[in-house]
Design a protein around this ligand. Structure first.
Ligand SMILES: *Cc1c(COP(=O)(O)O)cnc(C)c1O
Length: 430
């Protein structure tokens, strides 16, 4: 099937990137569990290594099962290409890698996933990169943080875990004015709820570990390229615009045009950093993506019912779900995520830290895990777990105060979820 954009999302999530296997006719994408691929002859091998012909060399770089997933996700996000990698965090490094060099910085939101804050505030310093964190509710603050060494702007669509929706249109306008690429982590929205490229994003990253795979079985990540950014305009991205010494002087932008970033990601990023997705994991994610829209509809429906119910509970001090009528993000939601605000939010309990710990321990259907975006409902007390390494100020900025619990609503029967939450709230306050 040709992946023409005239097909709807529900059709593309099943068919994009998948063709009957040319060798066997197998209808489902086979798991190509192979490390290497036989060259037709020496000339074919040379053409592949020169990137003059697209094909398979070695599975650290490319693999047919992974390629099917890359094409499917690029199609669903409205991009021109995608590079899958071994985790969401790998995808973040792979997104920044072609853009950054020693002494450069990324302007990032204070409300990122806890692990992303640690990665950007600490670990990337070892590469000579740095991050400046600002409040992305204030586009003027983002603009003010940009300097001559800034190479990218980084935020999440629905910020995890505080129920915050980023005004991607406003942030893209700032990025555009500064001539910088906007990288959006779309993990918690998925392309079903939001397509950041339509709001001006240059690159979209995902932890496929979450909703894309959907069953809590895989760690994986992906970077999707819009193909819209002019890497040669400013001279700030020499790895893409100038002769690249790591690939015998190839000029990626001149050679591959809108696919420059994708080719760079595979030919240099995966080749030298090696954060490759394995074909088995790609298979599980392909299976998950086939039902993405159905699951996301149910996730959102359940999250709306549960958040509304929780808001009225006597032991609850507050619920930060952007889908609630009183949310300050309601207007942004209608523009950025009109199909719903996702299924992740925090609940503030009147009993503080102790009530939160008791509440989490008393839940029966909800699993206490460091994960989100599963078919199962999940819960975590961020301040004592995922956000533990952060300072109190960073915890507060991320919406992970000690008296809040993060909830990831699954696709179970909503009445069962509400009953479970009710008994745990009453036990926590007993
Ligand atoms: C989980 C997550 C990540 C990290 O992804 P991994 O697959 O765990 O490496 C990044 N961003 C967001 C929003 C996440 O939820």
């Amino acid at each position: 099937m040709n992946d023409t954009p005239t097909y709807g999302f529900d059709t593309l999530q099943i068919h994009a990137g998948a063709r009957p296997d040319p060798a066997t006719g197998a209808r489902q994408v086979p798991i190509y569990q192979t490390t290497a691929y036989v060259f037709r002859d020496a000339e074919h091998a040379a053409a592949l290594f020169n990137l003059q012909e697209v094909g398979y060399i070695y599975s650290r770089l490319t693999n047919p099962t992974v390629a099917a997933l890359q094409e499917r996700l690029a199609t669903l996000e409205g991009g021109v290409g995608a590079v899958c990698c071994s985790s969401g965090h790998a995808a973040q490094i792979m997104a920044l890698f072609p853009l950054m060099g020693p002494g450069t910085n990324v302007v990032a939101s204070t409300r990122l996933y806890g692990g992303s804050i640690t990665q950007l505030s600490q670990t990337i310093k070892r590469f000579g990169w740095s991050a400046k964190f600002v409040d992305f509710d204030d586009p003027a603050a983002v603009e003010a943080a940009i300097d001559d060494d800034t190479r990218a702007i980084f935020c999440e669509t629905i910020a995890n875990p505080g129920g915050v929706i980023t005004d991607l249109d406003a942030i893209a306008a700032v990025a555009n004015k500064a001539g910088l690429p906007l990288i959006v982590d779309n993990t918690t929205a998925t392309p079903y709820l939001c397509r950041p490229i339509e709001h001006g994003a240059t690159l979209v990253v995902h932890s496929m570990t979450k909703y894309l795979t959907g069953n809590g079985t895989v760690t994986g990540g992906v970077v999707i390229d819009s193909g819209n950014f002019d890497w040669s305009a400013s001279g700030k991205f020499p790895s893409l615009s100038e002769p690249e010494p790591a690939y015998h002087g190839l000029k990626f932008h001149e050679t591959f045009g809108p696919l420059a970033f994708t080719f760079h990601g595979i030919a240099i990023g995966l080749r030298d950093l090696g954060m490759t997705l394995n074909p088995q994991a790609a298979h599980y994610t392909l299976m998950g993506v086939e039902t993405l829209s159905l699951r996301m509809q149910r996730h959102v429906e359940n999250a709306n019912s549960v958040a509304k119910w929780l808001e009225g509970h006597p032991h609850v001090a507050g619920v930060t779900y952007a889908g609630l009528e009183g949310s300050p993000y309601k207007e942004i939601e209608s523009r950025i995520c009109p199909k719903g605000a996702g299924a992740l939010f925090t609940v503030q309990l009147k009993g503080g830290y102790d009530a939160c710990v008791k509440f989490v321990d008393s839940l029966q259907i909800f699993s206490h895990v460091a994960n989100l975006g599963d078919t199962r409902s999940l819960v975590i007390h961020s301040a004592s777990t995922t956000h533990r390494q952060l300072t109190t100020e960073q915890q507060e900025a991320a919406g992970a105060n000690p008296d809040v619990v993060r909830i990831s609503i699954g696709i179970e029967d909503p009445d069962d979820l509400i009953r479970d939450l009710d008994q745990a709230l009453n036990t926590a306050h007993g």
